[in-house]
Design a protein around this ligand. Structure first.
Ligand SMILES: Cc1ncc(COP(=O)(O)O)c(C=O)c1O
Length: 688
């Protein structure tokens, strides 16, 4: 059943009482109802007005012309609509407003048919206006209306009923019904005295000839009488919407002004304590206050389950950090937990190797293209350092070319801005080259010809490899007698079961793996060609916990699940929705000047840029302040996990849908600093 709901009130701001203004002797509202009754696709029509005394007159009119009338909230029009629909329980609703006495019943039917045929949740001719203002009709499902009624919390969403739906194209299937001709410059709605004048002239000319005059007849009349069309041509479209968007901004500002330290009270107290005994207050740079602005961020998490984590203050987050991309199945994955529990009963570490080491190694050899032999470590840094030592031993050379981030150890970190404590002699051996820039690698390798042991790179991080880039790197590396090492600490078990090397079809000599190998348990691996790996017996790569069995059990369960279930496929599908949805939001909110999104769907990056009025660090800080407050955990990347649901992605997009307009307002208006309740992050250390 399709229910037409016509919203009407007496208290129009610009033309009070307009709905009862006479047009050829009958109230404007009655004229509109006359026309709407000819819409074949509307099964039932109800006028929804307010409970204000002034609107008694609307109810009286409804009684007189025998049309249903519902009375509800004056300002919360969404609530009025939902309640008007509730008793009728329609499948679909057509939203109409009582300022359109020239409404076109045939057009309404077309929009309904377009909506039904396209399987849309929402369709209208207003998203991309091509029809005269005043022929507006929106069609949407009762289910979408119920969602909006429950969840929408901004003034524009409550007042204009449908923005909650059509501004979430990632959540709802949204259709735009367009005219072949652009007639959007015409104004047939009634909001001002001039508008009413135009409509009266149209009725006077056409109604006596044919009471069912259609849009073509109106167009013909206006074309023949341009002085009538000009009566209201200077009035701007959509003034009402602009007003309520300004009110949205006020609400968002007030919301962001809530005292944040109350929300993070326990986190901040613990951080103060931690800073007394733990330098940085955290074991990992990326989890510290250097990345989470002080005063508006959580610092301590008590537990996680699936895609969610809870901080010490009890705030819940949908987590898109996921243990810095180490949790790829989700927190407390039941299969991994069960495997670890079984192993726990047998012991965690022994005086000799345990058989699970080779089970994991054999599984890894099956999954990763370059893997012929494997050694395990704990952190990604163990694996990258092991690969570099191995390459140095294999080639008898010392220099290394790097691109991306490769961990905390001297050989790599010495090449970054955070090199304090690394001997100059070690720093001199590592040189960086630029991603997607073969010439920059060529230059590095040519500077100390024949001295490079290895070229180490993340096969992809922020941007896709250009065509032929990875192949070119392999060729160049081998031409210079060096080994190619792919650092797949993040891309492994994420881009594909066999990592980026499987996805891009380029096989390196050695690979480092970590993070997603064991769904958050400490396990990493160096792997690669057997003739190189055998040299592990001659170098020293050995530590007490190398064969720690709980993490190996977690690793085995993780790899088996990756092969048994559509894990990567799911990361890609949900991640693609993030990528597309955020891209659309960036476009529709006009923040593209200082924000973009890129990366592989399973690991996407928000790229902040300086704006004329604010630095990228100020903008990023405001972004974090606002998304944390709304229960999204990210530090600018979306590290997808198998536990993320479509609803989690919807939530992310909904939150970004609120925060991005705020960023724009801050950047274009009074300045980002005015919105910050903390000092902005410092540009301390960037590696990507
Ligand atoms: C590509 C890459 N390599 C190496 C590492 C170092 O890993 P870990 O921090 O586990 O030592 C990381 C960590 O973020 C990484 O992303």
């Amino acid at each position: 059943m399709i229910l037409g709901i016509l919203q009407a009130r007496m208290s129009s701001t610009r033309l009070p009482g307009k709905v009862l203004e006479p047009i050829l002797g009958r109230p404007m509202l009655e004229r509109q109802i006359e026309r709407l009754r000819r819409a074949r696709r509307i099964d039932r029509l109800v006028v929804a007005t307010s409970t204000e005394a002034a609107d008694d007159a609307i109810q009286a009119l409804c009684v007189r012309v025998a049309v249903e009338c519902f009375r509800g909230s004056l300002d919360d029009v969404l609530d009025r609509f939902y309640r008007a629909a509730q008793s009728a329980q329609p499948d679909h609703i057509v939203r109409l407003t009582a300022d359109c006495p020239l409404t076109d019943p045939a057009l309404i039917d077309h929009i309904v048919e377009f909506y039904l045929a396209g399987g849309y949740d929402y369709a209208s001719n207003t998203l991309e206006p091509t029809y005269p203002d005043g022929l507006d009709a929106e069609v949407f499902s009762y289910r979408a209306l119920a969602d909006a009624w429950r969840e929408a919390d901004l003034p524009s969403q409550r007042e204009h009923v449908t923005p909650f739906i059509h501004r979430q194209p990632a959540r709802y299937r949204v259709g735009s019904f367009k005219s072949a001709r652009d007639l959007s410059g015409l104004r047939w709605t009634v909001d001002r005295a001039e508008d009413l004048q135009l409509v009266r002239r149209v009725y006077e000319a056409l109604f006596p000839v044919d009471p069912c005059f259609d849009t073509d007849a109106i167009l013909g009349y206006l074309a023949a009488n341009p002085e009538v069309a000009a009566v209201n041509s200077k009035i701007e479209r959509n003034e009402g919407m602009l007003k309520s968007l300004t009110r949205d901004a006020e609400v968002l500002r007030a919301r962001s002004a809530q005292d944040p330290s109350e929300r993070y009270r326990k986190s901040e107290a613990l951080l103060r304590r931690a800073l007394g005994v733990i330098p940085l207050g955290s074991q990992t740079f990326s989890k510290s206050y250097t990345q989470y602005p002080l005063g508006v961020s959580p610092y301590f998490i008590t537990h996680g389950k699936g895609s969610r984590v809870w901080d010490v203050d009890g705030n819940e987050y949908v987590d898109f950090v996921n243990g810095l991309a180490s949790v790829n199945l989700g927190y407390c994955d039941p299969d991994v937990t069960a495997a670890v529990r079984t192993q726990l009963e047998r012991g965690t570490i022994f005086s000799l190797a345990s058989p699970i080491e080779l089970e994991v190694a054999e599984e890894l050899v099956r999954m990763v293209p370059c893997a012929e032999m494997v050694r395990f470590g704990k952190n990604g840094s163990d694996a990258t350092a092991g690969a570099v030592r191995l390459a140095r031993a294999y080639t008898g050379r010392e220099r290394v070319a790097v691109c991306g981030y490769h961990g905390w150890q001297d050989w790599y970190i010495g090449s970054t801005a955070r090199h304090k404590g690394v001997p100059q002699a070690v720093r001199d051996l590592t040189r960086t080259f630029a991603y997607n820039d073969l010439a920059s690698l060529e230059k590095v390798l040519a500077t100390h010809l024949g001295q490079y042991a290895a070229v180490v790179l993340e096969p992809m991080n922020v941007v896709e490899p250009a065509r032929g880039f990875l192949e070119g790197v392999r060729e160049l590396t081998h031409a210079h007698g060096a080994l190619l090492v792919f650092d797949e600490t993040i891309t492994g078990f994420r881009f594909a079961n066999g990592g980026a090397q499987e996805l891009f079809g380029v096989t390196p000599d050695l690979t480092s793996l970590g993070k997603g190998l064991a769904n958050g348990y400490p396990l990493s691996a160096v792997t690669g060609k057997a003739d190189v790996m055998r040299l592990m017996e001659e170098i020293f790569f050995s530590f007490t916990f190398g064969g720690e069995a709980l993490s190996l059990a977690a690793g085995l369960a993780t790899m088996q699940k990756l092969q048994r279930e559509p894990v990567v496929e799911t990361l890609r599908r949900n991640g693609q929705r993030v990528l597309d949805g955020v891209r659309r939001l960036i476009e529709s909110t006009g923040v593209g000047g200082f924000l973009s999104i890129s990366g592989n769907p399973t690991w996407t990056f928000l790229n902040f840029k300086d704006a004329p009025s604010a630095t990228l660090w100020e903008i990023k800080t405001l972004f974090l302040q606002e998304v944390f407050a709304r229960g999204i955990l990210t530090i600018g990347t979306h590290n997808m996990s198998y536990a993320h649901t479509e609803a989690d992605v919807d939530r992310l997009l909904q939150v970004y849908g609120e925060v991005l307009p705020l960023l724009r307002e801050a950047v274009e208006g009074p300045g980002v600093r005015r919105y910050l309740r903390c000092e902005p992050l410092e540009p301390l250390f960037r590696v990507r």
